[in-house]
Design a protein around this ligand. Structure first.
Ligand SMILES: [Zn+2]
Length: 356
C-alpha cells in the first residue's frame, strides 16, 4: 500500500510548504523536516493511543508508517479512537485498514503500511524490520515486553505509553543509554490493578499521553535526543497533575537480564500464552498453535447452517454468530471469541467451530 517511496522523499520547497509551521519552529527547521520525511516507523497497536499518535505523526510528515493491529473497529472505540467512523464499526473493518484509509486522506505523501496481525514472539522482529523507531500503542504488558526485547536486541528506540481512567504514563527508551522496560519491571505485572475494562478511560488522557509520545518521536527522529525528557512522566488528567521520575539508576545500578545480559526471554517465547482476555469487553483472543492459514470458505460453509445469520467474509476475516458467541476468525487462525471472558470457555468454542 505504498503511496510514496520513502527512500526518495520529495523535499523541494513546494513540498515542504505544508509543513511550514513545523519548519519555522525554532528546534526543528528544514533539515529536521527532511529527516522526518525520510523516517520509517512501526506503530504496534492502533487503538486509542495508536490512532492519536498516527494522526499527529502522519500529519508531521513521517515518511513511512507501518501500523500493526490485531483487532476490528467497534462502536465503543469511537469515544476515543480518532481515526474511525460509525461505518467502520458497522462493517467491522480491521483497525489497521481503517486507520490507513483515513491517514492516506490526511497525507498522501506518507507511505502507510497496514498489517492485520497479532504481534507475537514469532513475528515481532519482522514487524520491526527496516524501521528506526517503535511506538507503543498497545494495551498490554505482554506485547510491551516483546517490543522491549526486539528494541534492545536491534538497538531501536521505542516509546512506552499507557493510560487507564484519567491517568497515564510515558517513557522513551533508548537501548544502551536509558533504562529499558525490564530494568523497571522484571516481568509483566500480574493481572492486578485497574484496566480500561474495569476503570474505563477518558479521551483527554489518551491525547496527553499520545502527545508526549509524539514529541519524543519527533525529537528522536530529528536527532534532538539531548532535549528528550528521559524521565517517566505520570499524568493525572482529572486533577491536572504531572509527576516525573528519574529511573536512570535502574539501569546504571541494576543487572537487567535484557539490556545488560542480552537475554530476550519474551522474544524466545518463554512468556507466550495462547489466550488473552481482551481489554474493554467480554471477549477472549485465541491464538492458533501455528500460523495455520485457515480456509475461510470451508469453515463458512460448515458454519452457515448453524449460524444465526449469514457469516461475514472478506479478505481479512470471517465473522459469525453462533449460540451466544460472536466469533471473528483471522487468516492466521487467530480468533476473537466475544460473549465470554473465560479462556477455557473460549477455547472450547474455538475447538467446536473452528478446530484445534
Ligand atoms: Zn534493561
Amino acid at each position: 500500500m505504498d503511496h510514496a517511496d520513502p527512500s526518495k522523499p520529495n523535499t523541494d520547497q513546494s513540498d515542504l510548504a505544508r509543513y511550514s509551521r513545523q519548519v519555522i519552529f525554532e528546534h526543528l527547521g528544514e533539515q529536521a523536516q527532511r529527516r522526518l520525511l525520510a523516517a520509517r516507523v512501526t506503530l504496534i497497536g492502533c487503538g486509542a493511543l495508536g490512532t492519536v499518535l498516527a494522526d499527529m505523526l502522519v500529519r508531521a510528515g513521517i515518511g513511512y508508517f507501518r501500523i500493526v493491529d490485531r483487532d476490528c473497529v467497534e462502536l465503543s472505540n469511537l469515544q476515543r479512537q480518532i481515526l474511525f467512523t460509525e461505518k467502520d464499526a458497522a462493517n467491522g473493518v480491521p483497525k489497521a485498514v481503517a486507520a490507513a484509509k483515513r491517514l492516506a486522506e490526511i497525507n498522501a505523501d506518507v507511505a502507510i503500511d497496514p498489517v492485520v496481525i497479532d504481534a507475537n514472539s514469532a513475528n515481532v522482529e519482522s514487524l520491526a524490520e527496516s524501521t528506526q523507531l517503535l511506538l507503543d500503542g498497545t494495551d498490554n504488558f505482554e506485547t510491551r515486553f516483546l517490543i522491549n526485547d526486539v528494541a534492545v536486541k536491534r538497538c531501536l528506540p521505542w516509546i512506552y505509553g499507557a493510560c487507564v481512567g484519567a491517568e497515564g504514563m510515558v517513557l522513551p527508551i533508548l537501548p544502551g543509554i536509558t533504562p529499558c522496560l525490564k530494568c523497571i519491571w522484571e516481568q509483566p505485572p500480574p493481572g492486578v490493578g485497574p484496566t480500561c475494562d474495569t476503570a474505563g478511560v477518558i479521551a483527554p488522557i489518551v491525547h496527553i499521553v499520545a502527545a508526549l509520545q509524539a514529541v519524543a518521536a519527533i525529537q528522536i527522529l530529528t536527532g534532538n535526543t539531548t532535549e528528550l525528557n528521559r524521565k517517566l512522566v505520570r499524568i493525572n488528567s482529572w486533577t491536572g497533575s504531572f509527576d516525573q521520575f528519574d529511573l536512570q539508576s535502574a539501569r546504571d545500578e541494576g543487572d537487567c537480564p535484557c539490556c545488560r545480559h542480552g537475554e530476550f526471554a519474551h522474544l524466545a517465547g518463554q512468556y507466550d500464552a495462547r489466550t488473552a482476555v481482551l481489554c474493554e469487553r467480554d471477549a477472549v483472543q485465541i491464538r492458533a498453535g501455528t500460523d495455520m492459514g485457515v480456509d475461510f470458505e470451508q469453515i463458512a460453509a460448515r458454519i452457515t447452517p448453524i449460524a444465526k445469520s449469514p457469516p461475514t467474509l472478506n479478505r481479512y476475516l470471517l465473522r459469525f454468530d453462533v449460540d451466544r458467541y460472536q466469533v471473528t476468525l483471522f487468516r492466521d487462525g487467530r480468533a476473537i471469541i466475544k460473549g465470554t471472558s473465560e479462556p477455557d470457555e473460549a477455547r472450547s468454542v474455538y475447538a467446536k467451530y473452528i478446530g484445534t
